[in-house]
Each structure stands twice: as C-alpha cells, then as structure tokens.
Design a protein around this ligand. Sequence first.
Ligand SMILES: Nc1ncnc2c1ncn2[C@@H]1O[C@H](COP(=O)(O)OP(=O)(O)OP(=O)(O)O)[C@@H](O)[C@H]1O
Ligand SMILES: [Mg+2]
Length: 740
Amino acid sequence: MVLAQSTEDAEIVGREEELGALARFIDDIDRRPAGLVLEGEAGVGKTTLWRAAMRMAEKKGHRVLATSGAPTETTLAFAGLADLLGTLLNDVLPQLPMPQRSAMEATLLLSEPKRTPTPRLISAALLTALRELSTTGPVLVAIDDVQWLDTPTANALSFAIRRLRGDRVALVFAMRSGERAALPLDLFRTPFAERVSRIELRPLSFGALRRLLLTRTDLRLTRHLLRRIQETSGGNPFFALELARALARRNTPPEPGEPLPVPADLRLLLSDSIAQLPPATRDAIAVAALLARPSIEAITSATAGSADDLRPAFDANVIEVAEGAIRFVHPLIRSVVYAQIPAADRARWQRRLVDIVSDVEEGAHHLALVSFVPDEAVAFRLESAGDHARRRGAPLAAAGLLEHALRLTPEDQANERARRSLAAADAWLDCGDRRRAAALCEDVRRTIPHGPLRADALQRLADRDNAPTIAQAIAYAEEALREVAGDHRREVDVLLRLATLQHFRARWQPAVDCATKALGVAESAGDLDATASALTALGMYETFLGVGDPAGHYRRAIELEAQAAAHAASPPTFSDPYWAPQTMLSDWQRKNGELDEARLLLDRQYQRAVEAGDEASRLLLCVHLAELETTAGSFDLAQRWNDEALVLADETEAARRRGVVLSSIAALDAYRGNLQDAGEVAQQAKTIADAFGDELLVAKTRAIKCFAELSAERYDSALTELGPSIEHPVLSVLPIAGDG
Ligand SMILES: Nc1ncnc2c1ncn2[C@@H]1O[C@H](COP(=O)(O)OP(=O)(O)OP(=O)(O)O)[C@@H](O)[C@H]1O
Ligand SMILES: [Mg+2]
C-alpha cells in the first residue's frame, strides 16, 4: 500500500529567532561540549525544531545520533542506545577496547554475551564511542522527549556526557516543560552547564498560525474563524491543526457566537478524531499503541485484519511511516489511543502479541500483563526473558520480569520460587536496590531449610553492603559455611568473604586463618583460579599482620591465573583489575624498593581498568601509582596521578574513596615539604574516614600527620598523633619513601 507522507518536510512557520539560535548553536560546535534544551508545552513545536536542528547538522556534514523517548510502559531497555548508535555501529564497534565492545554487542543483542555486561561497562563504551566519533568531526546527539528516554540509556548517556571534556560533541534535547526535576539526564547538571542554553517555545503568533493552517489544512479560513482558533488553541500549533481538521470535517463553518464544534481539551479533541475512524482501523492503531516497535505485520496478525485497515489512520494524519516502522505522528495521540483500549480487547491482543513479537523481552512483557493466576509454564518463560535481559545488561527490565515470574510461580514450588527470588535479587543488586534484594534473600532463607539455594541467599546476605552490620554479615557467612560444605568453590568463596569481613573489623589473625583455610580447600580440589584468589587474599592479610611470605603468594597466584587462563575454553574472566595479585605484588615491591617492576605491573592493571570502564579500580590504581611516584621522588608525576584520582572520585561521587585520594595528596605534600598543606589535607581525609568508620584510613591519615609533625621537628605533637596507632600494623603499609 502507498503510505501517507510524513510531515518532516513541511514548512516551519514563525520561529525565526529560534531557528537562528539553533543555526548558531550548530555552527559553534567546537572542541568543547555544549548543549541546547528545547522546552515547551505539549504540541507547541519542540519536535519540529529538534528535527530542524538535525537537518542543519547533517547539512554541515556532522554526525547525528538521534532517538526519541516514548511515553509507554512497553519501552524496551536500551531502545534509545540502539537508535543512537544504530547506523554508526559498524564504524564504532572496531574502535572500542574488547571488553567494551563485547558489552555493547551483548546489550544491543548483536551477539550472545560471554558475560553479563555491567551498566558501567556499557556507559564506558558509549563514552568511548562518542569520543571516537568526535575525533573525525563534530557530533550532534539529538534526543526528543528526553523525559521518556528509557532509563538504562538515560543512565549510560548521563555517565558519558558528564565525562566529556575537550570533545566536539553537542547535545540537543527536546523536553516537555516542568519535567526537569525528575530527569536522570540533566544537561544543567553537567560540568559544562555554563555552555548549556535553553529555548522556551512560546505560542505561535497570529500570522504564523494563519500560515500554518493555510499550508496544512483545507479549511476555508476567515479572519474571524482564525481568531477563534487562535483563542481556543492558545496559539498551540498542534491543537490549532486538530481544531481546524475537526472544523473541516464538519463542512459548514460555525455561526458567529456559536462555540467551536469541539471541546477545548486536547485529549478529548484527539479522541474525537480517533472516534471518526472505522472500527477495524481503530483496532489496528490500538495494537500499534501496545507495541514497542509497531510493524504492519505484527499489527495485522494480532487483529487478523489487513494492511488496508491502517490507511484511514494515515489519511487522517494519525500515524506515519518513518524508517520502515509505523509511528504515531505525535506521542500524545499514542497515549490517547492507549488509554482508550477497553480492558478486554487489550488482554485479547496482548495474548496474541506474546507469540507475534520477535523480541523475547517484549513478548514476555505482554504475557506478564495478561497473566493473573500462578502457572509454572508462564513463570518459566518470564524467568528466561528476565535472564535474557540481565545477560545483556538491562537489570531493571530483568528485575521487572523476574518479579512477575515469582508472582506467577505456584505456591508449592518452593525451589522455583527460591531460584527466581535469587535471580530477581541479583537484578535488583545490579540496579542498586539492596533493600529489595535483601528482602528476597531473606524470603529464601526463611523457606528453604538446606542446600545450595539457601547458601546462595546467605552468601548474598553476607555481603558487607547488604547486611545491616558487619557482625550480622559475619553471622550470615558462618551460616553459609555450614551449607556449602563439600562444594569447594563455594567454600572458598564464603571463607574469603569471611576473611574480608574480619579485615574490615581490623582483625587480621582471623582473616589470615580464614584465607589459609580457603587455600587448603582450593588446593586439595586442584582448582587453579580458586587457589590464586586464596593466595592473593592470604598475602594481603599476612602483610597487615607482618608475617608469612606475601610476595611469594602473589607470584604464585599470578602464575596460577595464567595457567588457568591457558586451559580455559572461554576467554579469561577479567577479574577486578584492582583486587588482583599484580596490584598487591606491586605494593610489596614498592615498599621493597623494586620500583620499576612495581610500575610495570601497575601500568598494566591501570590499562585494564581503563578498558573495562572500571572507574573504581582505576581510581585506586591511580592512588597506587601516585604513591609509587612519591616513593620514587617523581613528585610531578605523582601529582598528575593524584589529580586524575581526584577527578574520578568527584565524577563517581565516591565519598569514601575521596578520603583515600586526599590521604595520598597529603602524603605527597608531606614528602615535598609542604607541611602545613599536608596536615590540613590529612585532616580532611581523616574527617571522611571517621564518618565512614574506616579504621585503616584513620590510621593512615594519623601517620601522615605524624610524619609532617616529625619533619617539622615537633616531636610532642607527633607522638600525640601516633599515640593510638603506635602498634597499628597499618604503619607497615605506609608510603615511606626510599629514604627509609
Ligand atoms: N513552527 C511550526 N511550523 C509548522 N508546523 C508546526 C510548527 N510547530 C509545530 N508544528 C506542527 O504542530 C504539530 C505539533 O508539533 P510538534 O510535534 O513539534 O510539537 P511538540 O512540542 O514536539 O509536542 P510534544 O510535547 O507533545 O512532543 C506538528 O504537526 C507540527 O508539524
Ligand atoms: Mg514532540
């Protein structure tokens, strides 16, 4: 069938000033990011100007990345990301470091994920993509209805744009007025906020409105009628067009004084124009409103109608075709259509859509909404879809589907319920909702008396960040230990978790004991990876206690990991670049004067953290590199690492880590002889450490202050600082420079 023209090329009336501002904005894209926000009420013409901005940029040969948010619960996770990178993917993917590339491919469903892409990896990949694209020319990121952008995309984009610095990336967002407060993606809260401007779209002038109606409708306009349309529409072009169309349908113009033949409410007005459509057409557009990406095939198979049913909707300017898909000419029309679907029809169509839509997650979403009574087959399908979402790094979508799976699991299927609870808990943890995750794990702990599922729940509860207190976490871990006996992997895992918990309470002997036990279990099972982890942990705790052979443990761990990787069928699991034997060994080497060897190891770990988009690791590695250069006496280099760490701490809003960075800065000041600065910065670090109850950091800041006092030959106050920590093992891990 021949489809109606889209309105994209229609003339823009009025708005000369706004178009001028847009043109200047596009002309000015230079080596720094900038933003423009088009704001205004529904239908005032934001999308129209947003499209104009894209055309201007395209004419200048800039790359344009575009997407529009959609006001519906059927929005797919990362739909926005897929749109933004869409046609550019072939250019972009080869430019990404491997971990980011696989994450992006998994998220966009281009390949089976080898491992679940984390949100931070996807965010990092998007940042790299924007940077790479902007090296060859200016890039415009254009987002319409940004208030409805799917959350995972909004989060990734917000991460990326907060980190843009000297990049030729400009952003144009269109947004309904008054939505700013709730936005995850707020250009006014970026480091380049002073380069973000705002255009508030006002109603069209009388002249512009006249021109609009003349060019876009068949209405025979008198000045009087025009005046009335302007009054009723308030100068809103969308409303004015709809009014004019309603009038045109009526054939006879209204008498003077007679009210316009439509209610002065946009929604009712739209309902009215939809009500004029034949029933088969109304069904077809109702199904379109239910779909995340409506296509003619999906619509006609759900309604059992034909493509011709859609024609009246094209003719009435309700839908249009863009990039091969059907879309409503305006999101408001979609909302109205959606809201008007009778419950019974909606259920019937959604039941059919379950098997019509090709997207696993969307199919499951429809299924969930039409399922009310427990049914194992349904629950199983939702669970699989939830796993699918999780594996491509869309935890929020996953959590939603898994909660539905849980709701629909029959009461008597305790194991299924527990499995789904745990999967949902993991998805919530990925989203940062620890409370819901902990509640789900508690449910499992209550209902499953023994076995691996209970152990799984306990292991998650034993996480320091999930349990209310460290003591409670230790209790959970000890309970878990009883459940996992015989399963060496888990035993090692729980033992090492216990060791960490003891470590956080500054109890190093119990930590060493747990790590030693873990090592025994791993070794007798012949598990190389687990042995390497246990050795690394043991080395760390022995360092704190000042016993054993930490360096030997680390070296063996590095070797075992290499062996394990060589034997593994799948690529090596990129363990945390910071908590790695290489980092620990470098620390030991630094303290023993093997600075070049230490630098080599740290540089490599740093590179891995950058590629993995792992900013937490990267920050800590910067601190280690700073301490290394401090020890080496390369103070300028040390400062550069500290500066980078501080930027990362601010960007990730990691308050506790900021304390770690400050302590490193204070140490550098002390070595440089800036004793006053050293004392002050150490005090700032200590305040943070106190607030978090981080004993190690407290001790470290005291030691720095003590060092500063000693250097200033104020022995008394040096002793006061040292007082409580004189026996503290942390002194052995201080960056005491080569001077000994
Ligand atoms: N300046 C203009 N010149 C010509 N047509 C316009 C103009 N402004 C808006 N229109 C027309 O009015 C209708 C609504 O405009 P548009 O879709 O741009 O509004 P919007 O502000 O994006 O609305 P919403 O907030 O609901 O997304 C469209 O049919 C559009 O073509
Ligand atoms: Mg719009």
